[in-house]
Design a protein around this ligand. Structure first.
Ligand code: ADP
Ligand code: MG
Length: 714
C-alpha cells in the first residue's frame, strides 16, 4: 500500500478510536487525507501580545504569562472553570466550559505558559478554551505556526487545533514520508522554479519562513490549476475531435446587403473583431462553442444578428433564446425589423404563444419558411423541430440551467454552432476555466457617444433631494426604476421592501402610474406589469432585481437602488446598465442607511468612480477575497480546489494553462492517461466530468453576483 493510502489509524498518536473520530468529523481516513488538510491560516509565533494591546477585532493571538489562581463555578452542566492569568501588564480571565476536572489539574500556578486564543471583552479581557503550552526559556518559539480548523464537535471533546498539528508533525517525520513522489513534470518544475512537492507539503504544515510558505502555496496552487487545465484541455480536444460542425463558407447577399444598406449604425471595432472571430469558427468544420462577453449596452444583439445572417447566407436557420418573455419580445422586435429589411422571416415562440400560432410556427420551422426563431426556453421543447438549424444563440446564459444548454447541443446529428452571450463580467482567465470548453470573445468597447451615467451615493437623510431629481426627470417625460432588496418587510433585517416602497412612491408622486415587478408574482402578472413599463404606460417601475438582465427601456433615465449596501458590485453594475440607453442624461442613485462601515462605503464608491464592468468585477472580487469558495466546496462536486482560488489566482491560472497546453502538445500520450480513471497524481482529486464542470460554472456565476440567488431575493 502506498504511504498516502495508509489507514490513518496506523499513525502515531491516532489509533482505532481517534481514527473513527477523524473520519466522521473531518473525513480524514488516510495519511494522504491528513497531509492534504492544510492549516487555514498561520500565526507569527515569535510575537507575544500584551493583554493591554488586545482589541476586539484581533484573531487568535499568543500571550505569555502565568496563572495566578483557579476556581470552579456553578453546578452540573453549568459548571465551569475560571482562571486568572497575568502577563505582566494586566490580568485576564480564562474560562473552560468542559473537561473541567482535567483542566483543573493540568496547569500550575506561577510558571510561565503560552496561551493561544481569541481575546474577547466582557468586564475585562477574556479567553475561553485557549491552547496552553509550556514556555521553554531556552527555546523561545520562532517562525510561523499553522492553525488548523477543527469542527465544533471535536473541540467539545477536548481536541484543539494543536492535535492536528501534532499529527501532521508525526506524519512528516514518518520514515516513509520520503516515498511521496513528485507529481509535476520536471520540465515544468524547472521552467517555473516550483518547489518540489515534499518540500511544499512540509512548509505548508511547518513553514520555515514566510517566503518558503509563499513558495509552497504557489506550488500547490500551480499543481491544482495545472491539472484542472489539463482536464479542461482534454475535454476541449475531445470536442474538437468528435463534434462536427456545419461549414458556413459563404458571406453572401444577406450579410452584405444588410451591412451595406440597412445597418443603422457603424459597428464598433470590438464588434467587428468579434464577428471576424466568429466567422473564423464557422470555416473550421467543427462546432463553434463561443462565449461572447460584453458589458451591458455594448451591442451584443447586433453581433448575434449578423452571425445569424452568416447562417442564412449558407442556407441555415438560426434561433436565439432569451431568459424571459420580456427579453424575448424585445429581441423579436429588434430582430424582426432588421430581418424584414433583408427579407428574412423571423418568428417568436414563448410559453404564451397560442396553440394555433404555435402549430403554424412548428410547420414553418419544419418546411424552412422561418429563417430565424426568437424565443424563451420554450424553443428547446422536443416538439420544436427545425428543417436545418445551423446556429443557436443563448442570451444572458447565467439564467439558463446549464442542462438546458446541453440539451440544445445534443439535438440533431451535426451540432449547430453555439454562441452564448453574457454581460456578467468575468475576468477572461476565469471565463476560460469555468466555461471550460467554450472559446471566449470579448466586446470591450461601447458604441460611441454614450453619456456616462452619473452615479451618486446618498444617505437616507437626502431623500428630499432624490425625490426632487425624480420629479424633474418625470417632468422631462423620462421613466424611473426603483429597486429594493426584498419583497416583504422583515423587522429583523431593517431593509426597505417593494411592498411598502410601492405605497410610499404612489404617495409621493400622485397621478403618476407606478407598476411593480418581483419574483413572487405569477409569470403572466410579471409580464403584464413589465409591459406597462416598457410601453411607457407606467412611468415608475418598483422592483426587485428581477429586472436586472437585459431589459431595454431607452426612455428610462433614473435608477434608484435602495439598501445598495446589500448588493454586490457586479449586480449594481447590471442594474445601473438599465439606464443610459437613450435618454440624454442618466442617473444612478445608490441609497444606503447612514451607518455603513468604511469598507462598504469604499466598495460603493467604486460605483461612483467607474462604469467599466470589468474593473468593477475585479474590484468586487478583490474585496470579497478568497475563502469564498465554500459554496462550491460544500456542493459536493467532484471538483475541489484546496489551495487555488479561481478568482484571485488568475495569474497562476494562465501560466498553468500555458504549461498544460505545452505539456499536452509534447506528450500527446498523456491524453490517454487522463482518460483512464485511475489517475495517480495528487491532481487526481481534480477529476472532472463535463457535468461537474458545468455545475461548477453555475456555482461560480452565482458567486460573482453573490446576491444572484434569485430564490432569496426576488
Ligand atoms: P447588450 O450588449 O447589452 O445586449 P444591445 O445589443 O441591447 O446591448 O445594444 C444596446 C444599444 O446600443 C441598442 O440600442 C443598440 O441598437 C445600440 N448599438 C449597438 N451597437 C451599436 C453601434 N455600433 N453604434 C451605435 N449604437 C449601437
Ligand atoms: Mg442584450
Amino acid at each position: 500500500m502506498s504511504f498516502l493510502e495508509t489507514d490513518i489509524k496506523f499513525l502515531k498518536g491516532v489509533g482505532e478510536k481517534r481514527a473513527k473520530l477523524l473520519d466522521a468529523e473531518m473525513e480524514i481516513r488516510t495519511f494522504g487525507d491528513l497531509l492534504y488538510t492544510f492549516p487555514h491560516r498561520y500565526v507569527d509565533t515569535s510575537r507575544f501580545y500584551k493583554i493591554d494591546e488586545f482589541s476586539g477585532e484581533m484573531p487568535a493571538v499568543q500571550v505569555l504569562g502565568k496563572f495566578v489562581g483557579f476556581a470552579a463555578e456553578g453546578e452540573g452542566a453549568r459548571q465551569r472553570l475560571k482562571a486568572s492569568f497575568h502577563d505582566g501588564s494586566r490580568f485576564m480571565e480564562v474560562t473552560w466550559f468542559s473537561r473541567i476536572n482535567y483542566f483543573k489539574n493540568a496547569y500550575q500556578k506561577g510558571i510561565p505558559y503560552i496561551l493561544f486564543g481569541k481575546p474577547t471583552y466582557y468586564n475585562g479581557w477574556q479567553m475561553s478554551h485557549p491552547e496552553v503550552s509550556n514556555y521553554d526559556v531556552s527555546r523561545p518559539p520562532q517562525g510561523f505556526r499553522g492553525i488548523y480548523s477543527i469542527p465544533e464537535k471535536m473541540r467539545k471533546r477536548g481536541y484543539s487545533p494543536k492535535f492536528i498539528w501534532e499529527l501532521a508533525r508525526n506524519l512528516i517525520q514518518h520514515p516513509r514520508f520520503n516515498d511521496i513522489g513528485e507529481t509535476l513534470p520536471h520540465e515544468v518544475m524547472d521552467k517555473f522554479s516550483l518547489m518540489p512537492l515534499r518540500d511544499a507539503l512540509v512548509n505548508l504544515h511547518f513553514p520555515k519562513n514566510p517566503d518558503m510558505l509563499r513558495k509552497a502555496k504557489e506550488r500547490m496552487k500551480f499543481e491544482e490549476l495545472f491539472y484542472l487545465e489539463l482536464h479542461i484541455l482534454r475535454y476541449a480536444r475531445e470536442r474538437g475531435r468528435k463534434i462536427r460542425g456545419f461549414l458556413f463558407p459563404k458571406i453572401g447577399e444577406y450579410f452584405n446587403g444588410f451591412y451595406k444598406c440597412h445597418i443603422p449604425f457603424e459597428l464598433t471595432g470590438a464588434q467587428k473583431r468579434v464577428l471576424r472571430e466568429i466567422r473564423d469558427d464557422m470555416r473550421t468544420g467543427r462546432q463553434m462553442n463561443r462565449l461572447l462577453q460584453g458589458d451591458v449596452g455594448s451591442g451584443k444583439t447586433m453581433v448575434a444578428f449578423m452571425t445569424m445572417l452568416m447562417a442564412a447566407d449558407n442556407g441555415f436557420q438560426s434561433s436565439i433564446m432569451a431568459p424571459t418573455e420580456i427579453l424575448a419580445n424585445q429581441h423579436y422586435e429588434t430582430i424582426r425589423k432588421w430581418g424584414d429589411s433583408v427579407g428574412l422571416k423571423v418568428e417568436l415562440l414563448t410559453g404564451s404563444t397560442r396553440s394555433k400560432a404555435r402549430a403554424a410556427i412548428h410547420a414553418g420551422l419544419l418546411n424552412g419558411e422561418i429563417d430565424i426563431l426568437v424565443g424563451t426556453h420554450a424553443l428547446i421543447e422536443d416538439t420544436v423541430q427545425f428543417r436545418n438549424l445551423g446556429l443557436t444563440i443563448i442570451d444572458e446564459q447565467h439564467r439558463f440551467g446549464v442542462a438546458q444548454r446541453a440539451k440544445m447541443w445534443k439535438r440533431g446529428d451535426t451540432a449547430p454552432h453555439v454562441l452564448v452571450m453574457t454581460a456578467t463580467p468575468i475576468p477572461r482567465t476565469l471565463a476560460m476555466t469555468v466555461y471550460g470548453d467554450l472559446d471566449v470573445s470579448v466586446i470591450d468597447e461601447l458604441p460611441p457617444g454614450r453619456k456616462p451615467i452619473q452615479t451618486f451615493l446618498k444617505f437616507d437623510n437626502c431623500r428630499m433631494e432624490v425625490n426632487a431629481l425624480i420629479n424633474r426627470e418625470l417632468k422631462l417625460g423620462h421613466q424611473i426604476y426603483i429597486v429594493y432588496p426584498v419583497v416583504h418587510e422583515n423587522p429583523k433585517l431593517e431593509l426597505l421592501s417593494v411592498e411598502t416602497g410601492v405605497e410610499r412612491i404612489r404617495g409621493l408622486f400622485p397621478g403618476v402610474k407606478v407598476c411593480m415587478v418581483h419574483g413572487q408574482l405569477k409569470q403572466a402578472e410579471k409580464d403584464y406589469q413589465m409591459e406597462q413599463f416598457v410601453s411607457g404606460a407606467a412611468r415608475i417601475l418598483v422592483a426587485t432585481t428581477v429586472i436586472e438582465v437585459g431589459v431595454n427601456v431607452p426612455n428610462a433615465s433614473v435608477m434608484v437602488i435602495e439598501n445598495a449596501e446589500r448588493f454586490g458590485l457586479s449586480q449594481l453594475h447590471q442594474l445601473r446598465g438599465r439606464v443610459g440607453r437613450g435618454a440624454e442624461h442618466s442617473y444612478c442613485i445608490l441609497m444606503t442607511k447612514q451607518k455603513i462601515s468604511g469598507d462598504t462605503r469604499k466598495r460603493l464608491s467604486i460605483m461612483t468612480e467607474t462604469t467599466d464592468g470589468f474593473l468593477i468585477s475585479e474590484a468586487d472580487m478583490k474585496m470579497r477575497g478568497p475563502g469564498d469558495m465554500e459554496g462550491t466546496q460544500q456542493s459536493g462536486l467532484a471538483f475541489n480546489l484546496k489551495m487555488a482560488d479561481l478568482v484571485t489566482d488568475g495569474q497562476i491560472l494562465s501560466v498553468a494553462r500555458d504549461a498544460a497546453e505545452s505539456v499536452l502538445n509534447a506528450h500527446p500520450e498523456l491524453l490517454k492517461v487522463l482518460e483512464s480513471n485511475d489517475v495517480k497524481y495528487a491532481g487526481e482529486k481534480l477529476w472532472l466530468s463535463t457535468t461537474s464542470l458545468d455545475v461548477l460554472s453555475g456555482e461560480l456565476v452565482k458567486r460573482f453576483a453573490k446576491t444572484y440567488d434569485w430564490s432569496q431575493i426576488s
